[in-house]
Write a protein that binds this ligand. Structure first.
Ligand SMILES: [Zn+2]
Ligand SMILES: [Zn+2]
Length: 636
């Protein structure tokens, strides 16, 4: 048989030859350094056979930044972690240990709980394994053999996984440790040059809080120490910006165990929230949206009509209805209410487009284990809107949404890029409808010169969509808003309008949320700015610090004056030293601090701008500076 190499040359191999055989046929150096084969675009363990005509590329220890190569490296390190833990903690039960973005984890059930302090010893043990040398061997076994093996080893989680696995079951063994695993894995442990166990967390077996809580050990691994060092440096920067930490430090919000995934907004956090809300209202008004308000709960019948009962019920909170056999669902999305609004009157083509906007609280029953600060919540408020329009109007409406996104993100110095998600396997509608819809979204992205990638098969069941992402100052990509094209929900609700031909036509619908949600957007802004919000957005814009008791009245008079001008000002007249109060203002990232003492007056104020030195400036000049900074909230 022959396989095709990346330079298009063909390589003659014996039938049944493995990836490793192919690498050996090319050269001993490659055979030694190969970690993985990429065959027709998907990765394959080197130990598996190749087939005639396949296109084969080898990933080696030099592909230090290739996600697939790192994936195999980290997955292999996860197996070393499990081996190390079993050596140090005999009797431990092992669950699953996959690679994840930036690292890997493994879940264990320990007889005695362990702490962060135990991680060093485990990490040491992994290094010892690497120094001793480990080779991975792969074997395929029957389900019965796999179950019998893990029953004998008293590993109930592995038994359960073997029972539930579909298709062939493969085992990987290194040293005295065997794991149930699909692979792919490294040939041996030599390429693992740097390992770090990073943290411990609780995790329920299969993510379900009704199951046993396991201990998850997180770690990461790299092909070089320098890569690990750079990664740890990035983590440190991310920690300094973590919105959960800054949210407490800046007194913006907190979470309470009585309502997981639902932020309790503090007054200062509400300032941020209301600033975003003011922009939403202002821009919606300018762009022809109509504000509406629809119910929070609907009976099951509505969710059946909308399709949510079939496709989204797992994520809905249900409550008993008025009678025993009635159930209400708390809304996870606004769409059905807006469909009812549209359908409540006879519509003419002259009424279209109609753009309904609503920022109602929504609830989504996300698994407790997946909740993460403001970026993954159960109580979520979208800056939602549904645009009902004709075929002829939809291109202009999508254009309008993209224009809006560019304006909105521009306010925060965020550069959006997009992901165009196309038809999934499980979908409604004909191929012709999808061709048209996908084409329209693609054309809109191109008209606006928005950078985008295509995500094949990731559209919703009712239509294709554009997801908006931004990359923050430390290079992390965040998903934010979405613009979705809907060919289905208007049909499910039987919506029509009277066309110029005096016949009924179905409107198309664009669902769009541009911040995405207030919660997530604020979480991302906190990290993006590292808490140093621009002046116009800052919860406290100015803090006046009287030097002594005798300056308090003057400080309060100044506060009142600035307050009248529309600024958010506080006086800090606590008994602490001047230095301490200035430091606190810096920690709280207040944009302007005015120190008021004997020498100060309206003609000469001692002003410290965040990150700068103290300077003397008149009140008039200060007000004009504030005026231009405040205007950034609404650039012309
Ligand atoms: Zn594995
Ligand atoms: Zn919607």
């Amino acid at each position: 048989m022959k396989v095709v190499l990346p330079d298009s040359s063909e390589l003659e191999l014996a039938d049944g030859a493995s990836g490793l055989d192919a690498a050996r046929a090319i050269g001993p150096k490659l055979a030694e350094q190969a970690v993985l084969a990429r065959v027709d675009g998907t990765t394959r363990d080197l130990r598996l056979p190749l087939a005639d005509g396949e296109h084969v590329q080898f990933l080696t220890t030099r592909d230090t930044e290739d996600p697939d190569a790192l994936y195999a490296l980290r997955h292999s390190t996860a197996h070393l972690l499990a081996e190390a833990v079993m050596r140090l903690h005999p009797g431990v039960k092992i669950a699953i240990g996959p690679p994840i973005a930036d690292g890997f984890y493994y879940d264990f059930e320990f007889a005695e709980p362990i702490s962060e302090a135990d991680l060093d010893a485990i990490e040491e043990e992994i290094r010892r394994e690497i120094a001793e040398g480990r080779e991975w061997a792969r074997e395929e076994v029957s389900r019965e053999d796999a179950i019998a093996r893990f029953e004998a080893e008293e590993q109930p989680y592995k038994v359960e996984l073997a029972r539930d696995a579909d298709g062939d079951i493969s085992l990987y063994t290194q040293g005295a440790f065997t794991d149930l695993c699909r692979g792919p894995h490294l040939q041996n442990a030599k390429p693992i040059k740097a390992v770090k166990l990073t943290s411990l967390a609780g995790a329920y077996w299969r993510g379900d809080e009704r199951n046993t809580q396991l201990t998850r050990i997180y770690g990461t691994a790299f092909f070089s120490q320098a890569d690990l060092d750079a990664h740890l440096e990035r983590l440190e920067q991310a920690r300094a910006r973590d919105h959960r930490r800054l949210g407490l430090q800046l007194d913006l919000f907190h979470f309470d165990e009585h309502s997981p995934g639902s932020p309790l907004w503090h007054p200062k956090g509400m300032v941020l929230y209301n600033q975003l809300e003011a922009i939403r209202r202002r821009e919606n008004g300018r762009r022809g949206y109509l504000e509406v308000k629809t119910p929070l709960i609907y009976d099951k019948a509505l969710w059946v009509t909308s399709g949510h009962w079939e496709k989204f019920r797992e994520n809905m909170f249900l409550i008993p209805g008025d009678t025993e056999d009635q159930t209400y669902g708390i809304k996870p999305m606004n769409c059905p209410g807006h469909m009812l609004l549209f359908g409540s009157q006879l519509r003419s083509y002259r009424d279209l487009p109609i753009r309904y906007a609503e920022a109602a609280p929504l609830h989504r029953n996300e698994l407790a284990g997946t909740l993460h600060g403001l970026t993954r919540v159960r109580y979520v408020t979208q800056d939602d809107a549904h645009i009902f329009c004709t075929e002829e109007q939809i291109a202009a409406e999508v254009d309008g949404c993209i224009d809006y996104v560019k304006y909105l993100y521009g306010l925060f110095g965020l550069e959006p890029h997009a992901e165009l998600s196309t038809r999934p396997d499980d979908r409604f509608g004909t191929d012709e409808q999808w061709d048209v819809a996908e084409g329209r979204l693609r054309e809109a992205l191109e008209r606006h010169e928005l950078r985008y990638v295509i995500s094949e098969g990731e559209g919703t069941f009712y239509g294709p969509k554009i997801d908006l992402h931004m990359t923050d100052v430390i290079g992390r990509s965040w998903q934010m808003g979405t613009i979705q094209y809907d060919m289905q929900m208007p049909a499910r609700f039987g919506l029509t309008y009277m066309g110029p031909d005096n016949r009924e036509h179905m409107p198309l619908v664009v669902h769009r949320a541009l911040y995405g949600s207030f919660e997530r957007f604020i979480g991302i802004l906190v990290e993006h700015y590292a808490g140093s919000f621009p002046f116009w957005l800052s919860p406290v814009q100015v803090r006046v610090i009287p030097v002594g008791e005798g300056h308090r009245d003057a400080a309060e008079a100044l506060r009142d004056r600035l307050d009248t001008e529309g600024y958010r000002v506080e006086v800090d007249d606590r008994d602490d030293t001047l230095g301490k109060r200035i430091r606190d203002a810096e920690l709280e990232k207040v944009p302007f601090v005015i120190v008021y003492g004997d020498r100060e007056s309206d003609d000469a104020l001692a002003v410290r701008e965040r990150g700068g030195e103290q300077s003397t400036i008149s009140l008039d000049d200060l007000l004009s500076r504030f005026g231009s900074l405040a205007a950034e909230a609404d650039p012309a």
